[in-house]
Design a binder for this molecule. Structure first.
Ligand SMILES: [Fe+2]
Length: 246
């Protein structure tokens, strides 16, 4: 397990695509370093790389992820950056997720019990409450990635809360807050945050271009719209607590 002692108290991004060559995130090492530099400048002391783990699009393997993480962190140190790089995966709801769950070998956030899961965006399977229950029964705890992007929850946040309360944490994404996916998703994301329903907020950053376009503007907006203590909880206290439980 990684040492997290040095990051205690800093901002932690628990969801981004910074490992080159594993998914649709950072294109190469230089892009990855630029992302890390930008996030460090924005006050982050640790990021947890969460490459897509779905059924078809990307090659997935915990060993590959760990090797890429270690290589990137070493390059970051050579470049004089102090930001730490942790490892995880962003599972799509599907066959691979079920297989890894059944085998009790889901790749968790920094070796904790927390596992990042994205739900289908256009429909909500009737079995979803049972699936989240099974994840818990297997000893994991789900973090639902950007549920604001799921159509069934638009204008019906109670449905999301009924699904997740006691079973999963809610993580809102900077990209949704910036309006990347349109007005409805943006509105839902801010409603989750300002209504006090979100447990976490994460960049889901895919490219250095998103630093000036998304990360910095959303941070500024978060600072102006949320009480400082709430923002500290979302970006620092809660993620520190989750990975400290590793
Ligand atoms: Fe993501």
């Amino acid at each position: 397990m990684n040492s997290i002692v040095s990051t205690a108290g800093g901002r932690i991004d628990l969801h981004l695509h910074v490992l080159p060559g594993l998914d649709d995130g950072a294109r190469d090492d230089d892009a990855a370093l630029e992302m890390l530099r930008g996030l460090q400048d924005a006050g982050f002391s640790r990021v947890v790389a969460t490459p897509h783990a779905d059924d078809a699009r990307y090659t997935y393997g915990p060993e590959r992820i760990e090797a890429a993480r270690a290589a990137l962190e070493a390059r970051a140190r050579e470049a004089g950056l102090t930001i730490d790089v942790g490892r995880g995966a962003e599972y799509a709801y599907g066959a691979r997720f079920h297989d890894e769950l059944a085998a009790r070998r889901l790749m968790t956030i920094d070796g904790s019990r927390y596992v990042l899961l994205e739900l289908p965006e256009t429909f909500m399977p009737a079995a979803m409450p049972n699936v989240l229950f099974e994840v818990g029964a297997a000893g994991y705890y789900p973090i639902v990635a950007h549920p604001e992007r799921c159509q069934p929850f638009h204008d019906d946040l109670d449905r999301l809360l009924a699904l997740t309360t006691g079973r999963a944490l809610i993580q809102v994404s900077f990209r949704s807050l910036a309006g990347t996916f349109g007005r409805t998703i943006k509105k839902t994301a801010w409603a989750l945050l300002e209504g006090g329903h979100a447990d976490l907020v994460a960049t889901d950053c895919h490219s250095p271009r998103e630093l000036p376009k998304i990360v910095r503007p959303v941070l500024a907006e978060l600072e102006s719209r949320l009480p400082p203590r709430r923002l500290q909880q979302l970006l620092s206290a809660t993620p520190n607590r989750l990975i400290a439980a590793a």
